[in-house]
Design a protein around this ligand. Sequence first.
Ligand SMILES: [Zn+2]
Length: 355
Amino acid sequence: MTPTPPDPNNERYTRQTRTRAIGPEGQAKLAKSHALIVGVGALGCVSADLLTRAGVGQLTIIDRDLVERTNLHRQPLFIDQDALDRTPKAIAAKARLNQANPDVTIHAHIADFTPANAEDLIEHTWDLPNVIIDGTDNFETRYLINDCAVKLGIPYIYGGAIASAGSVAAFLPGDGPCLRCLHPDPPAPGSQPTCETAGVVNAVSSLVASAQAAEAMKILLGQADKVLRSMLHFDLWEATRTRLDLTNAQDPSCVCCAQKRFEFLDSTTSEPQALCGRNAVQIAPGTTTAIDLARVASTMGNPSGAQIKAYMVRAPVDHGGQTLELTCFADGRAIVEGTCDPALARAVYARYIGS
Ligand SMILES: [Zn+2]
């Protein structure tokens, strides 16, 4: 069913429609637009908040993880109680966004964005998103987004933040380079600093996400001539910035946008993943089939302390004398906390959910 778009004449937008950049006509366009954000962490929280308050018609958010206390210094959609409850980020973010602007339709998915489900998640509503915004923290997912964006013809707003440095770029399908034109292959796993190893200044991630939201709004307003045609890098602590011109950066032999080979989207691997900076492992099945959470709870023996909700079941489980915590989501994905050992996590998954 087509959701009712926000009223562009609502008083809440008056300071926005007064700008030359947007104006009343732009507000009406925003009200009919649809943005997709992959990852609601430091970047995704800020861009989701800005776009929701700006009055986009629909916002789809996808995130696989639970709120943790280490998130709170830079992820402004979450509060202390979300971390205490370890609420899925997609659920906590949707609740906060609905409070900020109840007129925007928020589609929230607790899911890992993988080759198995990426296209389904992008095409889940009656219309495709008009823009995809990168809120991820890893290059594998960024290359997967790039494949989807090129294949489906959707602009992709790249962003990254680490320590006191950040970068932003906009990739328009068929008009300039894609991510693989610039860097044909992602960096080797473990070769790059992460938020866990190098930390991140919250002002940096907020600035990157604000720039992403601005680029997204230009696209949603149909102002392609205003879209950033460079890769911006800046260091907020050193007060430096550089601008890499992307005007002629398209690679005529690019595997993705020239040859139309979508290697990351066509990948079939689904190995267990240790989650960044956490004593936890994610297990994702190769397919996304809804599972019976009540059955999972029953297999666990319905232990005391189990939390059973419509979207997840979580309970402590004993494995070889070691107490772990298993959170299983409705799409069959699970997070095993208390270990970094993928083999042990896989064994727990097989025992309680199935292999
Ligand atoms: Zn390319």
